[in-house]
Design a protein around this ligand. Structure first.
Ligand code: NAD
Length: 407
C-alpha cells in the first residue's frame, strides 16, 4: 500500500515519521518548497524533541516532494486556521481533497486535520469516488514524537466498513485502545478534548485569582483536588492562560459552529473569556507604565516547541507596547520580531520587571543571583508558577499567580 502524508507541519511530519518507524515507505507532500528542500537535506523545520534522530533513522523510507503522487491512502494534515469570524478555514483541506480526487480516484483519504463536525460527511458526498475517514490527532507539541509512539487512544471515524479495519491495522502499533465511531463523532471528540482541557486551565486560573485575594496557595489547592481520581492532577497549573495553535482557534471554531445550530456552549465560551482576562490579570500585576522596561522570559506558547501561534507572551508584548512599555524577550527555541536577546542575562539587563511566560527548564531554574546582578530592583512575575527558587529568593520580589508573594 502506497502511503502519502499531505502537509509536513507538526502533525504531518510526526505522522509520517510514525508510519516510517513501523516500516512503511511514506511520501510527504507540502506546498512549501523551502520546507521540502530542508527536509530532503535531513533538517527538521520544527523544534521537537528527538525529531532530528527520527528523521535520520527513517531517511530511506521518507520521500519529500511538492507534487501530489498517485497513492492508495492519503493522510491529510494541512492547517485549519481561524477565519476572521471565528469559524474554521477549510480551504487547505478542500484543495488537498480536490487534488487527490483528480490524481487518485478511488483512494482513501484520512483527515488528521482538526475539522468541524460534519466536514467529513460533506466531503464524502462531494467526492463520491474517494473513501473517507477522520482520525483526530491528539499529540501535544513538545512531546509529539513520544505521544505518537505511545498514544493514549486512537479514534477512527468512518462509515466505510473496509477502511476501518485497514486503518486499525495501520495505526495500532501499541496496546492503545481503539475507538471506532462515525466521522462526525470523531470530529466532535477532538474539539471536546481540547475544550475540556481549556476549561480545566481556566477553572484553576479563576481559583488562583481568588487565592490571591484570600491568601491561599493555588498549587496546594491543585494538588489537593488533583488527587481525586474524578478530577486528576493534569492541566491544573495556574498561570497566564493557554495559547498555541489549537486551543484558541478550536474553541472559536466550535462555539461559532454551535451558534449556527442555535446551541450555546456556555461553559466553553466562559473558559475562553476567562483565558483572555487572565492575560490582563498578569498585565495588572506588572503595573505597566510608559517608559518602563519589561523582560519576557519564554515566548513560545509552551516549552519544548518553537511554535509561536497565539502565544500568550506575544499577546502580552503587544499589550505592553501599546502602553509605551519597552519589551525585551528571551526564548531558547522560538524566533520572534520582538527585541529578542540570545541570553536571559541580556534580556533582563536593566529591566524593571521580568515575567516568566514559558516554563522552559533554564527559565524555571533562573537563579536569584542572575536577576540581582542584571536588574536594579529585581522583580519577577511568574506567569507559569514554575520558578524553582521560592525557598531562597534572595532579594528578588516574587509574585506568582495565586501563590504567596515574596517581597
Ligand atoms: P502546520 O501549519 O504546522 O502545518 C501545515 C502544513 O501544511 C504546512 O507546512 C503547509 O505548508 C502545508 N499545506 C497547506 N496547504 C497544503 C496543501 N494544499 N497541500 C499540501 N500541503 C499544504 O499545522 P499543524 O500544527 O501540523 O496542524 C495541522 C492540523 O492538525 C490542523 O488542523 C491542526 O488543528 C491539527 N492539530 C494540530 C496539533 C498541533 O499540536 N499542532 C495537534 C492536533 C491537531
Amino acid at each position: 500500500m502506497h502511503l502519502t502524508v499531505i502537509g509536513t507541519g507538526y502533525v504531518g511530519l510526526v505522522t509520517a515519521i510514525g508510519l516510517a518507524d513501523t516500516g512503511h515507505e511514506v511520501t510527504c507532500v507540502d506546498l512549501n518548497r523551502e520546507r521540502m528542500e530542508q527536509l530532503r537535506r535531513g533538517i527538521a523545520p520544527i523544534t521537537e524533541q528527538g525529531i532530528d534522530e527520527a528523521l535520520e533513522k527513517n531517511q530511506s523510507r521518507l520521500t519529500f516532494t511538492t507534487e501530489y503522487p498517485v497513492s492508495d491512502l492519503y493522510l491529510v494534515a494541512v492547517g485549519t486556521p481561524e477565519r476572521a469570524d471565528g469559524s474554521c478555514d477549510l480551504s487547505a483541506v478542500e484543495a488537498a481533497v480536490r487534488l487527490i480526487e483528480s490524481i487518485s480516484p478511488g483512494a482513501s483519504v484520512v483527515l488528521k486535520s482538526t475539522v468541524p463536525p460534519g466536514t467529513t460527511e460533506r466531503l464524502s458526498t462531494e467526492h463520491p469516488s474517494l473513501r473517507f475517514a477522520m482520525v483526530p490527532e491528539f499529540l501535544r507539541e513538545g512531546t509529539a514524537l513520544a505521544d505518537m509512539r505511545q498514544p493514549s487512544r486512537i479514534v477512527i471515524g468512518t462509515r466505510d466498513a473496509l477502511l476501518a479495519p485497514r486503518l486499525e491495522e495501520l495505526l495500532k502499533t501499541t496496546d492503545a485502545p481503539v475507538v471506532h465511531v462515525d466521522p462526525t463523532t470523531a470530529e466532535l471528540t477532538k474539539y471536546a478534548a481540547n475544550s475540556f482541557l481549556a476549561v480545566k486551565i481556566s477553572f484553576i486560573n479563576e481559583i488562583a485569582r481568588l487565592a490571591d485575594q484570600v491568601g491561599a496557595n493555588v498549587d496546594d489547592i491543585a494538588h489537593g483536588i488533583g488527587l481525586d481520581p474524578r478530577i486528576g492532577p493534569a492541566f491544573l497549573r495556574a498561570g497566564a492562560g493557554y495559547g498555541g495553535s489549537c486551543f484558541p482557534k478550536d474553541i472559536k471554531a466550535l462555539t461559532t459552529l454551535a451558534r449556527t445550530h442555535d446551541t450555546h456552549l456556555h461553559v466553553i465560551e466562559a473558559a475562553d473569556r476567562t483565558n483572555e482576562a487572565q492575560l490582563e490579570y498578569v498585565l495588572e500585576k506588572i503595573h505597566p507604565e510608559r517608559g518602563m522596561h519589561v523582560a519576557l522570559l519564554g515566548l513560545a506558547f509552551k516549552p519544548g516547541t518553537d511554535d509561536l501561534r497565539d502565544a500568550p507572551a506575544l499577546r502580552l508584548a503587544e499589550r505592553l507596547q501599546q502602553l509605551g512599555v519597552k519589551v525585551t524577550g528571551y526564548d531558547p527555541a522560538a524566533k520572534t520580531v520582538l527585541d529578542q536577546k540570545t541570553t536571559m542575562a541580556e534580556a533582563v539587563a536593566g529591566a524593571d520587571v521580568a515575567v516568566i511566560m514559558t516554563e522552559w527548564d533554564d527559565i524555571k531554574y533562573v537563579s536569584p543571583q542572575l536577576l540581582q546582578e542584571h536588574m536594579q530592583t529585581p522583580r519577577l512575575i511568574d506567569g507559569r508558577n514554575c520558578w524553582q527558587h521560592l525557598e531562597a529568593p534572595g532579594s528578588v520580589q516574587y509574585e506568582g499567580i495565586g501563590r504567596p508573594h515574596h517581597t
